[in-house]
Design a protein. Structure first.
Length: 178
């Protein structure tokens, strides 16, 4: 099934989405971290396709950001570089951040898309209006989500989900938009 066909299949849910929320490690990264230094802490690598997808959707008026259990310079550098709307970092219990997000943007859970790959993401994956994960995560996470991406962690999996939103909502930017 093509991405456009998948977008059609989930159209009802995807059309409602106003806020897009990503877990960071294992979604926006390939899950690997490496030690840099005492000042910098752990470093990460990010996928530029995901970054551009986030910019496109923010430009189209959606709110995009991260809720991550990790917290180091590399997290905040990437968030700031992309100009993301929100970043909750450093707490593996993500429920408080999610509730705060609903209040902040005055949206219902059904208007939020959440993508995460770990067991502690499951409460949010259950609450969100549309949920997605990666093929390389634990089985029980895959069992509860709406969609498992074709692409793996940190290799454009977030862009794949954002493209579903774009297709369902008819957001097709031209190059001149940028
Ligand atoms: Mg993760």
């Amino acid at each position: 099934m093509s991405l456009r066909q998948t977008a059609k299949r989930f159209e009802d849910k995807l059309k409602k989405i106003k806020v897009i929320c990503f877990d960071l490690d294992g979604i926006l990264t390939d899950s690997h971290v490496w030690w840099a230094s005492e000042e910098v802490g752990f470093n990460r690598s990010f996928c530029i396709y995901d970054g551009y997808g986030m910019k496109m959707l923010m430009k189209a008026g959606l709110r995009v950001g991260v809720i991550t259990g990790g917290d180091s310079v590399s997290v905040h550098k990437r968030v700031n570089q992309l100009g993301l709307d929100f970043c909750y970092a450093g707490n593996e219990d993500k429920r408080t951040a999610f509730m705060d997000l609903l209040k902040k943007y005055n949206v219902k859970a059904e208007e939020v898309l959440y993508m995460g790959d770990e067991l502690f993401d499951m409460p949010l994956l259950r609450k969100a209006g549309f949920s997605a994960t990666v093929p390389n995560c634990s089985e029980e996470v895959k069992e509860i989500v709406d969609y498992v991406t074709i692409k793996e962690s940190g290799k454009g999996c977030a862009r794949e989900v954002m493209d579903l939103v774009r297709y369902a909502q008819g957001i097709i930017p031209t190059h001149e938009d940028f």
